[in-house]
Design a protein around this ligand. Structure first.
Ligand code: GLP
Length: 258
């Protein structure tokens, strides 16, 4: 796992945007997009590069991590709408090639399975953006999620509903159920890139990077993946015991060849 510590959130966004930029410029890319506050600095930087530096997403396709059950794509807080508003509407990606789980159909359990199959057939995802919940969740895989789980309908913890209430009129409006890519589904991506900022993420980041691999901290499954980059600001890095070594490794990166 490669841990990159930056001082500020916007610097984290630029670092992650560099990774996406490289993938998109090197051929038709399959991107995994996350919602929530954490990737917003990444999307701002990618939109800027699209407008000012000619970064084109015309050959890319994208898959969302998760979706609320019961919110149609027209709902302001559906993740289908959020990703459009925060990112995809501002770049030249084809709207029909931005896929997400269907949270409003008659049979959402089957829709979840079909989304998993679609991802497997269209993937692998080249770069998967991830945030982390304060309880260590990835996507909407709450503590207790099987480390090999697939895309499915899941129940949110009250903590996550409370954390996400800021996007709604109140906690009562936050759906209790979601469709989320499973941890096994997420792990099929070639490169997992997690961004975390702020001291409220420090405990989850430390558990994910340095704690035991356990379903109690779903993000700890990242330790089993061959290519993970964790980009954190100083506040989110505050509880990492080996932060000095991660900084040292940043100054002395392992040579790629020879
Ligand atoms: C949300 C999303 C996750 C996100 C996490 C953190 O509920 N489902 O994909 O990473 O919680 O959110 P934020 O980045 O707003 O802190």
């Amino acid at each position: 796992m490669h841990v990159i510590i930056r001082q500020y959130e916007e610097e984290c966004g630029v670092t992650v945007a560099d990774i996406v930029d490289r993938a998109v410029r090197s051929g038709p890319a399959t991107l995994g997009l996350a919602t929530g506050s954490s990737p917003l600095s990444v999307y701002r930087e990618l939109i800027r590069r699209h407008r000012e530096d000619g970064l084109s997403f015309a050959d890319a396709q994208a898959f969302l991590l998760d979706e609320y059950v019961g919110l149609p794509p027209s709902h302001p807080q559906s993740y289908a709408n959020v990703i459009r508003a925060e990112f995809t509407a501002h770049v030249d990606i084809d709207d029909d090639r931005v896929y997400g789980p269907d949270g409003v159909g008659d049979d959402i359990a089957t829709a979840a399975t079909e989304y998993d199959v679609l991802l497997a057939e269209s993937g692998p995802v080249d770069v998967q953006l991830l945030g982390i919940g304060a309880n260590g969740h990835l996507g909407f895989n709450e503590p207790g999620s099987s480390l090999g789980s697939r895309t499915r309908v899941a129940t949110l913890t009250e903590q996550t509903r409370t954390d996400n209430a800021r996007f709604f009129d109140g906690v009562d409006d936050v759906p209790r159920h979601v469709i989320t890519q499973g941890l096994g589904t997420i792990g099929a991506a070639r490169h997992l890139v997690l961004i975390a900022t702020g001291e409220h993420k420090a405990a989850a980041v430390a558990a994910a990077v340095e704690g035991p691999v356990t379903a109690s901290c779903p993000a700890s499954v990242l330790q089993l993946h061959p290519h993970v980059t964790m980009v954190v600001d100083e506040a989110a890095a505050a509880r990492l015991e080996d932060a000095d070594f991660y900084r040292y490794a940043m100054r002395h990166p392992a040579p790629l060849h020879g």
